[in-house]
Design a protein around this ligand. Structure first.
Ligand SMILES: Cc1cc2nc3c(=O)[nH]c(=O)nc-3n(C[C@H](O)[C@H](O)[C@H](O)COP(=O)(O)OP(=O)(O)OC[C@H]3O[C@@H](n4cnc5c(N)ncnc54)[C@H](O)[C@@H]3O)c2cc1C
Length: 426
């Protein structure tokens, strides 16, 4: 006997979670099955909608001003501008007060750990005081044993981009961290629970110790940017506590991987799934399926060697792109490994890449071709399965890294795929 639901979402990254939440809005019994960790844990936690056009123009001030001009087959062209807007509103409702940026269509400019400035549509509230468009002198603080964020270098790069403020960087000792290989989660934990730390002449609580160390380096700046280690479970409390102690605004500079802002977003989304009554099955892989008359009847899940059938009326494929293994490649072909949906790509593998390492590589756009309902299509345009939709980076037609559109596409297509699946269940 198969385990039965109305809608089955395969893949638990941003696209899959959004699809599951969106389908659940239609009062359907929804299940989400996911295998390994998604890219949420590695990504910055920023929700980029469109920072650059596919031709590389940008940074874009208003992504909505160019959405209508995207080429046929781009995921945003498939779902339409109104759906992108609706999907962002849906995300805003789920993220609630944890994210900022919903007051405007315009992209915000967020400083990154490399000292670049990134156009993004939504950002964690802990990032908000650091926006590069706001002319306030800034101190960046890095830590000796956390080489991922080189604050003096980031400050120099940021200054060179022409930001309208002075920015300096210092590298300090993080109280309580003595090991070079301490994980970012250890830094966060020390601050979350204000642990007692040894400061060389006795013990004190971590937050006041950090504030004392940092305040000695302030030279009139009105905001301080830290790497994203300012607490996990109690992130808001930690940030506010440091602000009070330092008397200036405190923000995180997004970086990764590994990325605490990404982990915080993942926690928030999985809590929302629980609240919405979505059944979540993790750590298992969907490995096979049975179909008849162009309909998927059920999929097969590998449960430690046992093949277990899961059945639903509607399915959403959100298994990720080349990173998540939702799209895979061999020497001669690029393919979608679960349903073997068609992936358009050049026959000659030497045409998959651009000669210039920093050029536009065609393989970055390889993925499923879909109709306006997000149903994967065969090479001749026919639909692969009537009850299968696809969302997120398994889709082709866009280059998320070059366009800075990764999370936006996952949210927009996840929202639409979930809604259509929820709507058509009988
Ligand atoms: C390092 C990095 C940094 C990034 N930074 C940003 C950023 O700053 N801003 C931004 O907007 N975007 C960023 N992105 C892009 C963004 O994270 C992705 O575009 C987007 O989140 C992809 O989501 P997804 O749900 O489509 O896929 P994924 O996150 O890849 O999730 C797919 C999930 O499906 C599961 N899965 C796959 N096959 C199966 C199967 N057969 N059975 C069950 N489960 C399966 C996988 O285990 C995985 O959990 C970044 C991506 C990376 C890799």
């Amino acid at each position: 006997m198969a385990i039965t639901d109305d809608v089955l979402v395969i893949g638990g990254g941003l696209a899959g979670v959004t699809a599951a939440l969106s389908a659940a809005e239609y009062d359907r019994q929804v299940r989400l099955i996911s295998y390994k960790q998604s890219t949420l844990r590695h990504a910055s936690g920023l929700i980029d909608v469109l920072g650059y056009t596919p031709e590389g123009e940008g940074p874009l001030e208003d992504p909505f001003a160019v959405l209508e001009d995207l080429p046929e087959g781009h995921p945003y062209e498939r779902v339409g501008t109104d759906a992108v807007r609706e999907a962002l509103l849906f995300f805003d409702a789920v993220a609630d007060d944890a994210y900022a940026g919903n007051h405007t269509d315009a992209n915000a400019l967020v400083p990154t750990s490399s000292g670049a400035v990134k156009p993004t549509a939504r950002y964690p509230v802990g990032v908000a005081p650091g926006l590069a468009s706001v002319p306030r002198d800034t101190l960046l603080v890095g830590f000796e044993r956390l080489p991922e964020f080189n604050a003096p270098l980031a400050a120099a790069h940021l200054g060179a981009t022409g930001v309208p403020f002075d920015v300096r960087g210092v590298t300090l000792d993080f109280p309580g961290i003595r090991r070079d290989d301490a994980k970012v989660i250890r830094y966060a934990h020390i601050l979350d629970y204000d642990e007692r730390v040894d400061i060389g002449h006795g013990e004190t609580a971590a937050r006041p110790a950090l504030a004392t160390t940092v305040s000695a380096h302030l030279e009139g700046e009105s905001r301080i940017g830290f790497p994203p280690v300012l607490g996990d479970d109690n992130h808001d409390v930690v940030r506010r506590d440091l602000e009070e102690r330092l008397g200036v605004d405190v923000f995180e500079v997004p970086s990764g991987p590994p990325s605490l802002p990404g982990l915080r977003l993942e926690d928030l989304l999985y809590e929302a799934l629980e609240e919405a009554g979505v059944r979540v099955t993790t750590g298992v892989e969907v490995v096979d399926y049975e179909s008849s008359n162009g309909h998927i009847d059920h999929v097969i899940v590998d449960r430690t060697g046992q093949r277990v059938p899961y059945q639903a009326e509607e399915y959403v494929l959100a298994t990720g792109g080349l990173v998540g293994k939702g799209i895979d490649s061999e020497r001669e072909r690029v393919f979608e490994p679960l349903f073997d949906c068609y992936v358009e790509h050049a026959g000659d593998r030497y045409e998959w890449f651009d000669g210039d390492a920093f050029g536009h590589h065609p393989f970055a756009r390889y993925g499923l071709t879909v109709d306006a309902e997000l149903r994967p299509q065969k090479a001749n345009g026919a639909i692969e399965f009537e009850n299968l939709r696809a969302a997120g980076s398994v889709l082709g037609g866009y280059d998320f890294a070059a366009e800075k559109s990764g999370s936006g596409v996952s949210i927009a297509t996840g929202f639409v795929a979930g809604a259509r699946a929820g709507e058509v269940v009988k």
